[in-house]
Design a binder for this molecule. Sequence first.
Ligand code: SF4
Ligand code: SF4
Ligand code: FES
Length: 288
Amino acid sequence: MVNAFHVEREPRGARDIDGLRAEKMDRDEKIITLTIDGVEVQAREGSTILEAAREYGIEIPTLCYHEELAPFGACRFCSVEVEREGKSRIVASCIYEVEDGLVARTDSERVMRVRRRLLALLLARCPNIDLIKDMASRMGIEPQPRFKQEKEECILCRLCRLCVRACQEIVGIGAIGFAAGGINKKVVTPFERPSNVCIGCGICAYVCPAGYIKIKDVGDTRIIENWDMEFKLEKCNKCGKYFAPEAQLDYIRKKLNLPEDALQNCRECEDWSELLPEGFEKVTAPES
Ligand code: SF4
Ligand code: SF4
Ligand code: FES
């Protein structure tokens, strides 16, 4: 699948504590100290337990979270157990902010119970989705026939909404939304007609954890099967490869006030980084 917008990510991993403190102090931010899974960690005030955990290489599974989007807090996959003054409770780590002295467990008995229940439900209702199957098999969960089978997209879409949020927050367009309510809720273009604002960028498909949004490039055309739309692809002036929809390139040029002849070459043939201002790096180049 071609990802028209490439979301750059920094590599994650355990970080040197002194380095982290120095970096944060430089930015004049308050540092919070808490404990996650018995490890003392430091995090910027206002950051979440999930962000703090990931800085230290502590993995917490997520479904509706994407680091480029505002937290949504719907799926509860990222549940952790937090303890304060002798009382403990389960919270969603992607929206729960760090607090000084907080003790969090990402793998306690209670947390694993919550996660198993969610996964068993999803596995029963969405048994064909690789992501769910993988997560379930890692936790030793077999499909249970006791849940009523729904249309697969209904339950996952209700929990995730990543495509709609990405189209709004990253691309800045909002070409898709949810139609109908209840179990028939699904992602569509307005009135289920071809959208006149969609630019064929493909980031909605890129972030979808279930592979529901189907995009393919055939010759000089990009097809989004879900909303029955086609986009003419632009050819690289240097290598001749079709690399991005015209509509997407026009959108970037207009948004950034670039000249008409900018972005004529694919990123393999030309470094676009000088054209893209800071803050636009999330919306960069197509991948082939
Ligand atoms: S189509 Fe994919 S990304 Fe969009 S809401 Fe459904 S599962 Fe989430
Ligand atoms: S392909 Fe269309 S719907 Fe999908 S993110 Fe891009 S503009 Fe939005
Ligand atoms: S990832 Fe936190 S609630 Fe979905």
